[in-house]
Ligand binder design. Structure first.
Ligand SMILES: Nc1nc2c(c(=O)[nH]1)N[C@H]1C(S)=C(S)[C@@H](COP(=O)(O)OP(=O)(O)OC[C@H]3O[C@@H](n4cnc5c(=O)[nH]c(N)nc54)[C@H](O)[C@@H]3O)O[C@H]1N2
Ligand SMILES: Nc1nc2c(c(=O)[nH]1)N[C@H]1C(S)=C(S)[C@@H](COP(=O)(O)OP(=O)(O)OC[C@H]3O[C@@H](n4cnc5c(=O)[nH]c(N)nc54)[C@H](O)[C@@H]3O)O[C@H]1N2
Ligand code: SF4
Ligand SMILES: [Mo]
Length: 798
């Protein structure tokens, strides 16, 4: 890469004046939200020269990041530049907390969006690798050259290895519709003979895999407004004060004001706990099922459970309610009472495993059994565990035992019900019809042709394996190629071998660790620089026009724009574009949505408001099944809530896939032999200063929160670590180095590193930022999901 460019990409101390010198805004008059910005304004070169007498235009838009939110962002434009960000001030919610039309207000990152778009780190030109892969040497090329290279590589690889050797990597930097490269490339590849598809995600794979065995479908949560009827709310591995989840925070606050008690069940005392909760139940990661079994023990022995509910709606809770063909002693009751293994799951038994004192387990069991309605709300934090499928299933157990399913103020299981409906960007079916679990892409690079059903591959003919290894990767606005995937050191070893995956193209706005391991990097736009239609994150009930507010910087192209050029080069332009520009597609999606729902706003209304709020509706999940079980059965084989699943039983894997959600001890859990070598459990949580790895290099967000390893004073003392000391966390997979924060906000035996720090190895391979995935493993959980929260390590002073 040109040295000056490299300097300008990496020099954080660059003056404001120089980093604001971009080409687009200076030379191109912008049509923003239907308002033309005058040439006089456009010709001003930097924000510093903006005068008070310059007219300010405010344009509503929305981020397309995968951030747990999706908020109304108001860009204040002067001189063709964003000079300020404000947020939702919907007058219908003037006093805040309007249940019908809640305001959708920006978080701390949103307030700092100017530093995101006008970052000194932005990639400005397409870059072609010139050194070895991963070495970080690139040269600038033109867009035309870049498109030509992609077309040539695509054709070569398709011809040599077949279309199934091409893969679009999970990537969530742009989760809109026509603005999302990951979505749009799948349309292109579908017209170009097909590709290797993928299913599931990094967020809630275990929930998605496990919930259907209990309820027959995936979305088992209710709408957040039902929490207003709860008297007790348990947040199980959920931290919305940092992770948002639609309007969850607002309703929790309102529920609290109405008198509900809120507890968090989490290895860490979270921001949510500090802001909203009445109590904290610290639990060792991955041991929640032991707690739940012990709570069931208390309920069964003290007769606190809802036997009528269980008998009427459930299968497998006791020996009288079991499917046919299963021997005696396999029900949940038998497990809890230890009838077969002679180990009653007493609070004393669970205390040893979970780290929670016996009396607190008894207290929690009695309280949840005696308080109704009680909402045991499943977060995503119990995903990403090696036994996460079991954690997910057990997390519905207390609701069933206490009859809190199908009533307002109760809560059945994980994941939000889908409410906001609109027409999306059309992706044709993949003509190849085969897909791998999202987490197994590194496997599919190395041994794809050996991978079959047992690896979770879907769509194969019986007995067949994948037709090809992955040879070409499209990584469109994602950092999962390296940073957000597991075992970074192993992953880069796979990527460095250019004979394995032969071509990797990344689009991004920054030179991320994943971009560095690419052969070609494309500078694409932020959401401020293009039009898109965006749905809500979980539990949100709105959709946005993510509106272009400034012209693309430096001549960046949108994903759709460059892919349309690529489609032309590949001879499939007509099929790909159907004659539509990106803006035409945006209008098309709104028009199609309006055809289905006449109350849907028009394009011009969307331009004005930026958002369409569906009136908050109330969804009490499984209400119909509970009110009318004769006519509305659950969608399971038995029609009941399957606490025991015969389907799982028939898989005959009692150790790691039991038919009832038992406590499953795992290789890197607190009971493992490996604790002798690596005594601490370690994982990375989702922090407020970043969306995953996005914003890691933002100096503004560094002021919000620094990258630190949380360690309990007991563990710190044993290791002579003081607050602020540089420490190393390590296991067989690698080493990370970062400052320690000695705090009782994390329980003893557990250390935490905020996930998303950028991998930054020194000459010895020690990561100097604190990229948690240096320490995580590539082996998948039983249903082929990422186990990135299940790890052991040791920590020492650096
Ligand atoms: N600020 C911010 N918000 C985000 C994101 C972000 O990167 N930054 N990412 C978004 C995305 S894509 C997702 S998927 C969600 C993720 O949302 P979550 O998965 O809910 O977030 P995590 O921080 O991984 O986990 C939530 C809590 O679970 C706890 N936890 C971890 N393991 C266990 C366990 O075994 N048992 C129990 N009881 N608790 C456990 C963690 O300490 C944490 O406080 O967040 C979304 N929101
Ligand atoms: N250890 C561990 N690993 C995890 C997790 C965990 O909890 N622990 N969480 C997992 C989860 S839930 C998820 S969803 C994944 C997320 O992993 P990713 O999908 O990789 O998410 P990000 O790291 O935010 O990467 C988004 C990329 O998009 C780029 N980008 C941001 N904004 C824009 C834009 O406007 N335009 C363009 N063109 N690019 C943009 C960013 O620079 C960044 O490189 O990580 C997973 N990895
Ligand atoms: S990062 Fe997400 S939660 Fe924060 S302001 Fe943007 S859209 Fe909202
Ligand atoms: Mo996620």
């Amino acid at each position: 890469m040109d040295q000056n460019l490299m300097n300008s990409l990496t020099n954080k101390k660059m003056k404001r004046r120089s980093f604001l010198k971009w080409s687009g805004a200076v030379t191109v008059p912008a049509l923003v939200g239907g308002v033309t910005v005058s040439n006089k304004l456009m010709n001003k070169a930097s924000a510093e020269t903006v005068m008070d007498d310059v007219e300010e235009v405010v344009i509503p838009t929305c981020s397309t990041l995968n951030c747990g939110g999706k908020c109304l962002i108001k860009a204040h434009i002067k001189d063709g530049q964003i000079v300020r960000i404000s947020t939702d001030d919907d007058p219908r919610d003037e006093n805040a907390d309007n249940e019908q039309f809640p305001q959708i207000r920006a978080c701390v990152r949103g307030r700092g969006y100017r530093r995101h778009i006008y970052s000194p780190d932005r990639i400005q030109k397409p870059l072609k690798r010139v050194g070895k892969r991963g070495e970080g040497k690139f040269e600038e090329i033109t867009w035309d050259e870049a498109i030509k290279i992609i077309a040539e590589e695509n054709n070569r690889i398709k011809e040599k290895y077949g279309p199934a050797s091409r893969f679009s990597l999970y990537a969530t930097g742009q989760t809109g519709t026509v603005g999302s490269g990951d979505t749009v490339i799948q349309r292109l590849l579908a017209f170009d003979g097909g590709y290797l598809g993928r299913y599931s995600n990094y967020s809630s794979g275990q929930h998605l895999a496990a919930t259907p065995y209990t309820f027959g479908e995936t979305g088992a949560g209710s709408s957040c407004n039902t929490l207003l009827d709860s008297k007790l709310i348990i947040l199980h591995g959920m931290n919305p004060a940092e992770t948002i989840f639609g309007h969850m925070n607002m309703y929790l606050r309102m529920a609290k004001e109405k008198g509900a008690k809120i507890y968090t069940l989490d290895p860490r005392k979270t921001d949510t706990n500090v802001a909203l909760a009445d109590d904290w139940f610290p639990i060792k990661p991955g041991t929640d099922n032991a707690l739940i079994a012990a709570m069931a023990y208390v309920m069964f022995t003290e007769n606190l459970h809802d036997q009528d509910f269980l008998d009427k709606y459930c299968l497998g809770h006791d020996e009288e309610h079991m499917p046919e063909g299963v021997p005696a002693g396999e029900s949940y009751y038998s497990y809890v009472m230890g009838e077969k293994d002679n180990t009653p799951k007493t609070p004393q038994w669970a205390a040893k495993i979970t780290g929670l004192p016996t009396n607190r387990i008894i207290q929690l069991a009695r309280e949840v059994a005696l308080t109704k309605p009680m909402a045991w709300v499943q977060g995503n934090g119990i995903n990403r565990h090696m036994n996460g499928e079991q954690l997910s299933r057990a997390s519905s157990m207390i609701a069933a035992l206490t009859g809190n399913i199908g009533i307002s103020g109760g809560w059945a299981g994980p994941n939000a019900p889908s409410i906001a409906q609109f027409e999306g960007f059309p992706i044709p079916d993949n003509p190849l019809g085969i897909s791998i679990p999202v987490f197994k892409f590194t496997d599919a690079i190395v041994r794809g042709t050996e991978m079959g059903v047992e690896d979770g591959v879907m769509g194969l003919e019986e007995g067949k394996t994948l037709p090809a290894n992955i040879k070409m990767i499209f990584n469109m606005a994602g950092n999962c190629l390296v940073n957000q995937h597991s075992d970074i050191n192993k992953t880069i070893e796979i990527l460095e071998d250019e004979t394995l995956c032969e071509f990797i193209v990344t689009s991004d706005i920054y030179m991320t660790p994943s971009a560095k391991y690419s052969d070609l990097i494309l500078p694409t736009c932020t959401f401020f620089e293009q039009n898109d239609v965006v749905g809500p994150w979980s539990y949100g009930q709105h959709m946005f026009l993510s509106q272009k507010v400034v012209e693309p910087l430096y001549g960046s192209l949108t994903e759709y724009e460059w892919m349309a050029k690529l489609a032309k080069e590949l001879g499939i332009e007509k099929e790909f574009t159907e004659g539509r520009t990106q803006d035409d597609w945006v209008k098309w999606m709104i028009e199609e949505s309006k055809k289905k729902d006449p109350t849907f706003p028009s394009y011009s209304e969307m331009q004005k408001n930026g958002v369409h709020k569906f009136k908050e509706i109330t969804v009490v999940r499984f209400k119909e099944q509970i009110e009318d079980p004769e006519n509305v059965p659950f969608n399971t084989p038995s029609g009941k809530i399957e606490l025991f699943s015969k389907t799982l039983w028939d898989m005959n894997r009692p150790e790691d896939i039991p038919a009832i959600p038992k406590h499953v001890a795992v290789n890197e859990g607190p009971e493992s032999e490996l604790t002798k070598k690596y005594p601490l459990q370690i994982f990375g949580w989702h922090v407020k200063r970043r969306c995953h790895s996005t914003w890691d290099t933002s100096d503004w967000m560094e002021e919000v929160q620094t990258q630190e390893l949380w360690i309990n004073p007991i563990d710190a003392k044993e290791r002579k670590i003081k607050d602020g000391d540089m420490v190393q966390a390590f296991n067989d997979r690698g080493k990370i180095e970062l400052p320690a924060k000695v705090t009782s906000r994390v329980m003893p035996g557990v250390v935490c590193v905020p996930q998303g720090g950028w991998f930054n190895p020194d000459q010895n391979g020690v990561d100097k930022r604190g990229a948690i995935n240096v320490l995580t493993g590539l082996e998948a959980s039983p249903f082929h999901c990422n186990p990135q929260h299940t790890n052991l390590a040791e920590v020492k002073k650096a």
